[in-house]
Design a protein around this ligand. Sequence first.
Ligand code: GAP
Length: 510
Amino acid sequence: MNNEDLFKKIISHSKEYGFIFPSSEIYDGLSAVYDYGQLGSELKNNIRSYWWKSMVQMHGNIVGIDSAIFMHPQIWKASGHVDAFNDPLIDNKDSKKRYRADVLIEDYMAKIEDKINKEVDKAAKRFGDSFDAKMFKETNPRVLENQQKIDYARNRMVETLEANDLAGVKSLIEELGIVCPVSGSRNWTDVRQFNLMFSTQMGSVAEGADVIYLRPETAQGIFVNFLNVLKSGRMKIPFGIAQTGKAFRNEIVARQFIFRMREFEQMEMQFFVRPGEEMQWFEYWKEQRQKWHLSLGIPNSKYRFHDHDKLAHYANAATDIEFDFPFGFKELEGIHSRTDFDLMAHQKLSGKKLQYFDPETNENYVPYVVETSIGLDRMFLAVLSHAYCEEELEDGSTRTVLRISPVLAPIKVAILPLIKKDGFPEKAKEIMNELKMEFNCQYDEKDAIGRRYRRQDAIGTPYCVTVDMQTLEDNTVTIRERDSMKQERVSIEKLSTIINKNLKNMMYRP
Ligand code: GAP
């Protein structure tokens, strides 16, 4: 199955099994907005709780908050979002389609990168085991020529964007011969800056009311509460403040299902450190976040780090953890060394001192910040795209299985009476009533047992507990593991211990 087909299947599977629905579907939907269904909201809650447990509860020096979405408009002035949270947009006059100018250039570079990869794959097949990919890339004239094209495009893009030279960005698009993917023409408008914040008015009438913004990131809610948490929590540097919540961006091109949305959720943590120590913490958080991702059973080959070509207005170092989505490697999480930019800016505009007295150095200073920021919806998509699998079984049949980490699975245990009579359902419900105190369980007695197993595989349930004749005799059940499909007979009273032990062994530990 190619990646395009895989992506289509993931989208339709999500809808069929109640993970994700298009928003407002009975009114023909709303572009780039989605609703989470009965299983989707369980999975989303589990990702959020796992992140919270890992980042807040597993670290003695990180606390969590929940700040409001509406905030004082000056916050977005201080943070730089009013002036600088822009994307460069360009329209094609023939197709009337709108694009992000930098994304057009990135797509151009990705196409050339594809050519290089094909060249390397071809050579690897030709030369077999003796093939040295690194040496090939450094010496093959066609690869070198293509690499030069990428480097040129990247350097010019960064140069023009950093200088806010929008005419330069347009010239580059023309010079590279980039055509509109829809019309195929090079009939472009000028490049313009477009602010991504949604605004609305607070107050009952527009006249005299304040314009406020829907937050484009949750981070600012943390910065403006820095002093409150510092004092009330008696925090000592280094320490972190975390929060999860909705963020809104008026994306020019929202696409790729839940990858780029206009309303989405972030899970962010700001780690406050001594100035000068930020790079060491930046490296620490890169390592820890990678460890967190790997704890979910997704292999390392699905991830890569990508250092930013163009740093955001607040950062002195930044890297993305990219994930291999069905449409290629794309940003999943950002790790940013934000310096003292935000606290300094709020200190200046609010007139309130946002400083820390360090008892070890006897100094007052504005701490530096290392941030980890991941989109909850993007993580959902990463989990789902890795998990979806159509598997051929030994008997020639196929099954669709979601290999979601048991830690995140929406339903942890399915309780299945082998038949619908003779006291089996009563016994199964008795087990269910105990287990549901600890795990999200589902009871299912409809259809043959094989079909019920398939239904649970398709929604990623890691454990199926089956009640059979022997259960009534000796209080044992079979427990079936989703991926191996192996069944083991265990006593009912051990179920909770077995499942808890398995889950605990998989969890992230800092
Ligand atoms: N506070 C820093 C910040 O917001 P960002 O790189 O703009 O940094 C962080 O966003 C993360 O939020 C991204 O890595 C991505 O996972 C998620 N994200 C950003 N824009 C998004 C969108 N339009 N739809 C879904 N997720 C998005």
